[in-house]
Design a protein around this ligand. Structure first.
Ligand SMILES: [Zn+2]
Ligand SMILES: [Zn+2]
Length: 244
């Protein structure tokens, strides 16, 4: 499986990191998780291209996870592609309908199939996926792909999510801010380290990084590794990780 971080930023631009998007590829199957602003550009830069993304799996509906959905639809239509499947938590159908109500000229350009999923097991784009409800300001799902990859979506750090991810070769987790930012709905590095402590994970990648984290990566890592002795790294846009 190849995991490519397309966007490792958040709702406030750093100038370096685009908003959330992760590409998962295995045996000719391709799935895009989240589609924040800039993901369409990163898809093109990744060499995969928007033509090859026919399924998008959404963690939740915040703008920094869905802003490039309509641009993706339009680019696929212009490139001669005829469909897009959008899978996400409850409310995804209403979101897509409402977006297409605003951009009426995009209606009927593509065959758009929308599927809503709940915590549990399902298949998307040929991948067997488990979903788990995170702790965020709106309903949000974390997704796990067998023993290979888990993505937290946006979430506070908590034991249930760490349990859900345990055993994954790669665990990408929201790590929006350094410890001195008073935050809810996202973790602090200290809280994340405490929940990861003692877990069996191959490697943890930190993502969803706000500008507040710039220049503070070392101290954030120290805060996490004060509790957790595993391999923790910062994800970068267009970085690909291969796992088997
Ligand atoms: Zn969010
Ligand atoms: Zn977000």
């Amino acid at each position: 499986m190849r995991i490519t971080f397309l966007g490792t930023g958040s709702a406030m631009p750093t100038g370096e990191r685009f908003q959330t998007g992760i590409l998962v590829q295995e045996d000719g199957r391709t799935l895009l998780i989240d589609c924040g602003a800039g993901v369409l550009q990163r898809l093109q830069q990744s060499g995969v291209g928007y033509e090859n993304v026919s399924t998008v799996l959404l963690t939740h509906h915040h703008l920094d996870h869905v802003a490039d959905l309509l641009p993706l639809m339009k680019a696929r239509w212009l490139a001669g592609e005829d469909h897009l499947e959008i899978v996400g938590p409850q409310g995804t159908k209403a979101l897509v309908d409402d977006l297409l109500d605003v951009y009426e000229y995009m209606q009927d350009k593509l065959e758009v199939q929308v599927r809503e999923v709940v915590p549990g097991e399902f298949t998307v784009a040929g991948f067997d996926v488990s979903a788990y409800e995170t702790r965020h300001s709106v309903p949000c799902l974390a997704y796990r792909f067998g023993d290979l990859f888990t993505f937290s979506g946006d979430s506070e750090a908590f034991a249930g999510l760490a349990n859900f991810a345990e055993g994954s070769a790669i665990f990408a987790h929201d790590c929006s801010f350094p410890d001195d930012v008073d935050v809810s709905n996202h973790p602090t590095p200290d809280a994340l380290g405490r929940e990861l402590a003692g877990r069996e994970l191959g490697r943890v990648y930190l993502t969803h990084l706000y500008p507040h984290t710039e220049g503070r990566h070392d101290e954030m890592l120290e805060s996490i590794t004060a509790h957790y002795d595993g391999d923790v790294r910062f994800a970068e846009d267009l970085q690909t990780v291969s796992v088997e």
